[in-house]
Design a protein around this ligand. Structure first.
Ligand SMILES: *Cc1c(COP(=O)(O)O)cnc(C)c1O
Length: 219
């Protein structure tokens, strides 16, 4: 299959999952994860009308996205990988959405940069939903307090929660837990679901899914 066909297939399956869940068509947004793929591989996907993309590294994104953004109006770029404080300035300058706010230090660094640059990327708090030691994210039980801190102490525009459930397990209960936490936080947006489980995530209320290999091919 070509990249155009794979993208169309993902969009079709998303629409089907929305329909099966009794949700409005288009209520789940596709974030096409283009990490490791270069500008030449991304252009055909942009040509199909896709405008929202996800990347996991700040430096890699700086090498390809300023050029691609200059070529096309309406690109929305999401940072979905871990952010270090020393990259906060670059991340705030380039990304439209940062999905990986997960600790006080990075929240403070991003808040300071937003003030400094006069830019306000929208933000998600990443939750370590399976409490896995190797994964980033705030613990589920600390999430409500952390979101409150980000919003009221730092005035950050947090709009949702993001998670990556443990591999090799039924993701449903983890998606359900993220949805419950978002509700407790009063947040409307849920970034969950990847190539292997985006249809399940839509059934559990994902408002955006982050799909890479199902569109671009294996990395
Ligand atoms: C790479 C990545 C994705 C996409 O993964 P695929 O399995 O290729 O769809 C989604 N979310 C995050 C945080 C990632 O790092």
């Amino acid at each position: 299959m070509t990249v155009e066909e794979r993208l169309a297939e993902v969009r079709r399956k998303m629409a089907e999952a929305e329909h099966n869940a009794g949700r409005d068509n288009g209520s789940a947004m596709l974030v096409a994860v283009s990490k490791t793929f270069d500008a030449d591989a991304i252009r055909p996907v942009i040509a199909c009308g896709q405008r929202v993309f996800g990347e996991n590294r700040v430096q890699e994104s700086e090498a390809k996205w300023p050029g691609l953004k200059a070529e096309t109006d309406g690109i929305e770029l999401h940072l979905i990988g871990p952010l270090q404080s020393n990259k906060a300035a670059n991340a705030v300058a380039l990304f439209d959405v940062i999905e990986t706010i997960d600790r006080e230090k990075i929240a403070r660094a991003v808040a300071a940069e937003m003030k400094q640059q006069g830019r306000s990327p929208r933000l998600y708090v990443q939750v370590n939903i399976g409490m896995e030691p190797q994964k980033a994210g705030i613990e589920p039980k600390a999430t409500v307090d952390f979101v409150r801190f980000c919003r009221s102490e730092l005035d950050l525009p947090v709009e949702g929660l993001m998670c990556i459930p443990p591999a090799e397990q039924n993701p449903g209960p983890y998606f359900a837990l993220l949805a419950k936490l978002a509700e407790e936080c009063g947040l409307a947006k849920l970034s969950m679901g990847m190539s292997g489980d985006y249809e399940t995530a839509i059934a559990f209320g994902a408002t955006s899914v982050r799909v890479g290999s199902a569109i671009f091919g294996a990395r």
